[in-house]
Design a protein around this ligand. Structure first.
Ligand SMILES: Nc1ncnc2c1ncn2[C@@H]1O[C@H](COP(=O)(O)OP(=O)(O)O)[C@@H](O)[C@H]1O
Ligand SMILES: [Mg+2]
Length: 335
């Protein structure tokens, strides 16, 4: 469905020397440097798949989405979506895709939402009867009724995001690009949006590329992850693969009455953890730690802990995806 082959985007960035003199000089003799935002990225997405496209800020995610949607032309490499090249024949191409940039609305600020949709209907040449059915469907999934007569500028961020997603789906696109669709939303609205994305993918087999830095979005929605960092691909696989490959971290929680459990336990001294292989936090009676179980097995941690202090309740958990990915981001590990 989607083939991305050694896609690359370079930007020229003007730099100036400091101070007024530098500013003046840069007007007449601009110095430019090359920024490689996306560095030869390749991946594929199958039809009906939800791909979680993740990476730290500035990794190049939005730039990739912009190339895949035809907003930016790649410096080199190629991408094919549903057999089409996004920058050739863009008019036809946009009929097959839907795009939402969470940070920016594509709706008309002063128009009541309903009229925005009528305009889009004309642009995409959606026939009357399909339009009626489609609006009924979108209203059911995204619950637009209560604000469909209001001008876009009066909507809350959550309403606006639902409205934007509906707009991107009006013409029943085969592929949906969502760039940070849950950014800035509260938990309840996030949950609504995730359900809507899941439902649409389920009902219509829409292929979805979802960029986010909310890892819960990924856990709940994505079948697969492509992770990029500094413009290059650092992981491509399923979430369970990521967990088995990099998830040697375990979390241990326990309750204790000991006055200063962290000092008494002194794990760092007893075991050979390197600084980032053990993390410990105590809050009231609860102690929470995460550690690398390939350095010290869970059983050793448990017997040592129970031998040192009085513990009333204890539980062990796999590290969640959030912990694994934060570590990968932090180290920029090349996987
Ligand atoms: N129009 C542009 N001109 C110059 N540099 C840009 C432009 N757009 C993005 N960049 C740079 O490219 C890199 C990737 O940006 P972006 O794709 O927005 O990252 P992400 O969406 O992962 O946060 C950043 O270093 C950013 O500053
Ligand atoms: Mg971005």
């Amino acid at each position: 469905m989607i083939y991305v082959d050694k896609l690359r985007k370079e930007f020229k960035k003007t730099i100036k020397d400091p101070g007024l003199k530098g500013s003046i000089k840069s007007i007449f003799k601009p110095k430019t440097i090359k920024v490689i935002a996306v560095k030869d990225i390749s991946f594929e997405v199958a039809e009906g798949e939800i791909l979680g496209f993740i990476g730290p800020n500035g990794a190049g995610k939005s730039t990739v989405i912009k190339m895949l949607t035809g907003i930016l032309t790649p410096t080199s490499g190629s991408c094919t979506i549903n057999g089409k090249n996004p920058t050739e024949n863009r008019r036809n191409y946009v009929r097959e895709i839907g795009v939402v940039f969470g940070q920016r609305t594509q709706l008309w600020w002063d128009l009541p939402l309903r009229e925005t949709y009528s305009v889009l209907k004309e642009i995409y040449e959606v026939p009357d009867d399909s339009y009626k059915k489609r609006m009924a469907f979108l209203n059911e999934v995204l619950d637009l009724d209560s604000f469909i007569s209001s001008p876009v500028r009066t909507l809350s961020l959550g309403q606006r995001m639902r409205a934007d997603i509906a707009a991107s789906l009006l013409h029943s696109p085969k592929v949906l690009f969502l760039d940070e669709p849950t950014i800035g939303l509260d938990v309840v609205v996030k949950d609504n949006i995730r359900r809507a994305i899941e439902y649409i993918n389920n009902q219509e087999k829409t292929t979805v590329i979802l960029t986010t830095h909310d890892l819960e979005d990924i856990e709940l929605l994505a079948n697969r992850i492509v992770m990029i960092d500094k413009g290059t691909n650092v992981f491509d696989g399923s979430i369970s693969e990521l967990k088995t490959k990099y998830g040697q971290f375990r979390e241990l929680y326990f309750e204790t009455d000991s006055p200063n459990p962290v000092n008494i336990l002194n794990y760092e001294n007893h075991f050979n953890f390197k600084p980032d292989e053990l993390n410990i936090k105590a809050e009231g009676k609860t102690v929470k730690l995460s550690f690398n179980s390939s350095i010290v097995p869970v059983s050793d941690m448990l017997s040592y802990t129970l031998g040192k202090i009085n513990v009333s309740d204890i539980s062990v958990k796999d590290a969640d995806i959030e912990v694994i990915i934060r570590r990968m981001y932090k180290h920029g590990e090349n996987l």
